[in-house]
Design a protein around this ligand. Structure first.
Ligand SMILES: [Zn+2]
Length: 157
């Protein structure tokens, strides 16, 4: 595994659309392994392939579980949000946009169809924090950054 350079906001690549993954091979696995190592080194809870300069539809999310000591690392290849419901607003940041945080509106619940690193098709539902992380990472595959969806808080009187 190797830590890769994180593409920063302002680089045009980050705004491009990623292509689907069609080969579930050693090259993909190496990419996923490097993405995880890069995410951990940067202390993030999610990373998308374009953030390491690869325009392919692959993301990794660190999800909350019932045990706060044991988050789940989930790889999602070719993810599509099949269903969403509800709303939540909360602060977000991004490894590609250092120093910036703002409030973003996200669905409260999402159902995602994706493939794992072996190409097997999976459908899973996520809520609350996990819905935020998955939505944020999947947005990267369309060139969307979190602050595009900034919710400005009403002015205090
Ligand atoms: Zn991000």
């Amino acid at each position: 595994m190797a830590i890769r350079d994180i593409v920063k906001d302002g680089e045009p690549l980050l705004r491009k659309k990623s292509r689907p993954v069609d080969a579930f091979d050693a090259k993909l696995w190496a990419l996923l392994d490097d993405m995880l190592e890069t995410m951990r080194a940067a202390d993030g809870v999610g990373i998308a392939a374009p953030q390491v300069g690869i325009l392919r539809q692959a993301v990794i999310c660190e999800l909350e579980t019932d045990d706060p000591e044991k988050p789940e690392i989930l790889e999602m290849i070719n993810p599509v949000i099949a269903k969403k419901s509800g709303k939540q607003v909360g602060p977000e940041g991004c490894l590609s946009v250092p120093g910036k945080r703002c409030d973003v509106q996200r669905p409260k619940n999402v159902t995602v169809r994706f493939q794992n690193r072996n190409g097997e098709k999976i459908e899973r539902a996520f809520s609350d924090f996990n819905a935020v992380v998955t939505s944020h990472e999947i947005d990267h595959l369309s060139g969307v950054l979190f602050y595009d969806k900034e919710v400005k808080s009403p002015k205090k009187k």
